[in-house]
Design a protein around this ligand. Structure first.
Ligand SMILES: Nc1nc2c(ncn2[C@@H]2O[C@H](COP(=O)(O)OP(=O)(O)OP(=O)(O)O)[C@@H](O)[C@H]2O)c(=O)[nH]1
Ligand SMILES: [Mg+2]
Length: 465
């Protein structure tokens, strides 16, 4: 297909059959998609929406397998103030020549996919067609970690943050600055700005080093709030006299402001309105980075999943209107390993899930774990090595060069992960270039288990109503 043909095709792909979905009061379902930076959120949402619009790769979705999905189209989202997820741009990147992974994104974004289907059961004969508006909400997992700040005072937070910083080389500049300031001295804006800048730089450096359990989340992803006073503070050692107008007292006020104007509105306006949730985890990446990265991922995951147990946090319980009733933990980028190893990976995620959360705490919510790939960038092959057959995958490296890859056998439990010395010499995945794709009338990008993930998350809402 020519380049202009592809562009035409992509625009038709996203074109809404809006007239078919114009009725008011049709049910909607808000699906939250979250995960730490680079976990695969944008790729997941782009491919999910594309595969809902063109569904021949979605036979694991029962309503599709039964031929009951009559139409699906993008339609205008209900929230006027939230940025729309840039589906066309991200899909265009995937189908470009050469294809590109989507750019990094850093705030909440939303996309509505409206689905018309035939209900089942006794209602089928009475009601005719039904519609479901699926509102997909993309938000950074880092913002969920901020929940832990809510019950903390500035001193509590500063103590915890400084204890972590003391063990990390990345904090050297910040600690040097901190030692040079007097917390009791009169507040000067320039001091707060320098402190906040160095502390943000420290958090950014930690993230580049593979740490993910980092707060305050907006210091990493400030969005439109960059430079606001509520983001211009940093931890100082506990002080005895927080005289009003001192550097320490102002830092403490700003920490409280951060909770009030950043954390609380996020939970109230976005989080509290979700019906279902998928949490994406780049576990293969963490395993490749070694034991410390895995421990950090586990800790971050516990923090993230903690937000879904409102009972454990009275502040959150108070603002939650309804409860999330289905939660799926998905390990992404499973196309990096041959499907023969997927059972190990699934077992590992299930184990991770049960270690990170006390399932009993999810009263009334159905929780599951799965290994997926938003966009499959590899094909599977077998090679003979030393008389044995080794299952490998073939993909393109970022240089464009084709390669056969065998990252190693992933561990199948947390115990195994803890016992062995995991790291790049035992198990290593490297980034791949996206696959070269041709748009087709009937199918979206290749994926792994997006249909099964969707069946878990919304399958019940595409049956009887
Ligand atoms: N092979 C493979 N790589 C993937 C897949 N999904 C994501 N990736 C890789 O992971 C990177 C990050 O994916 P994104 O979807 O941009 O992740 P994100 O969570 O939206 O990232 P931020 O917006 O930066 O937080 C991509 O650039 C790809 O390199 C997948 O299904 N298969
Ligand atoms: Mg993104």
């Amino acid at each position: 297909m020519s380049i202009s043909g592809i562009a035409d095709d992509l625009s038709r792909w996203a074109e809404g059959a809006q007239d078919r979905f114009s009725e008011l009061f049709e049910p909607s379902l808000r699906l939250g998609v979250t995960g730490l930076a680079r976990s695969g959120k944008t790729v997941f949402i782009t491919s999910l929406a594309a595969n809902l619009l063109r569904r021949s790769r979605m036979m694991g979705l029962t309503a599709q397998a039964e031929g009951r999905i009559l139409a699906a189209a993008l339609s205008p989202q209900p929230d006027m103030e939230a940025p729309r997820f840039d589906f066309e741009k991200h899909l265009g990147d995937l189908y470009a020549a050469p294809p590109r992974w989507p750019d990094s994104t850093s705030s909440v974004a939303q996309l509505r996919v409206s689905i018309r289907y035939e209900p089942t059961g006794i209602l089928a004969n009475l009601t005719g067609d039904a519609a479901l508006h699926l509102d997909i909400v993309d938000y950074p997992g880092e913002w969920l970690l901020d929940l832990a700040l809510m019950p903390m005072s500035y001193d509590d937070w500063a103590r915890t943050a400084l204890a972590a910083a003391a063990t990390r080389a990345q904090a050297a500049d910040y600690i040097e600055w901190m030692r040079g300031v007097d917390p009791e001295a009169d507040f000067i804006e320039g001091d707060a700005q320098t402190g906040a800048r160095l502390f943000s730089a420290y958090l950014q450096a930690c993230r580049r080093a593979g740490y993910s359990n980092l707060t305050p989340g907006r210091f990493l992803l400030p969005g439109e709030m960059a430079g606001a006073p509520a983001l211009t503070f940093a931890p100082l050692p506990p002080h005895s006299d927080g005289a009003k107008g001192s550097l320490a007292a102002t830092m403490a006020e700003r920490f409280e402001a951060y909770k009030r104007v950043v954390v609380r509105p996020f939970f109230r306006d976005h989080f509290a309105r979700l019906d279902r949730q998928i949490v994406l985890v780049d576990a293969l990446g963490a395993i490749s980075n070694g034991a410390e990265a895995v421990a950090d991922m586990e800790m971050a995951l516990t923090g993230i999943l903690g937000a879904f147990r409102p009972g454990a946090n009275s502040w959150l319980s108070a603002i939650l209107g309804k409860k999330i009733d289905k939660l799926l933990l998905a390990v992404t980028k499973a196309d990096h390993i041959h499907h023969r190893y997927h059972p190990s990976l699934q077992a590992l995620v299930r184990d991770l899930l049960s270690q990170s959360v006390d399932r009993a705490a999810f009263k009334g919510a159905e929780v599951d774990a799965i290994a997926i790939a938003g966009v499959r960038a590899t094909i599977e092959e077998e090679i003979r090595r030393a008389g044995e057959t080794v299952p490998v995958v073939r993909g393109r490296l970022p240089s464009g060069e084709q390669a056969q890859l065998f990252p190693g056998e992933p561990p199948n439990s947390m115990t195994q992960l803890a016992r062995s010395d995991w790291g790049a010499d035992v198990f290593a995945v490297e980034p791949l270039a996206p696959p070269v794709l041709e748009p087709r009338e009937d199918e979206g990008p290749p994926h792994i288990r997006l249909d099964q993930a969707l069946e878990f998350l919304i399958g019940d809402r595409l049956g009887g109503r």
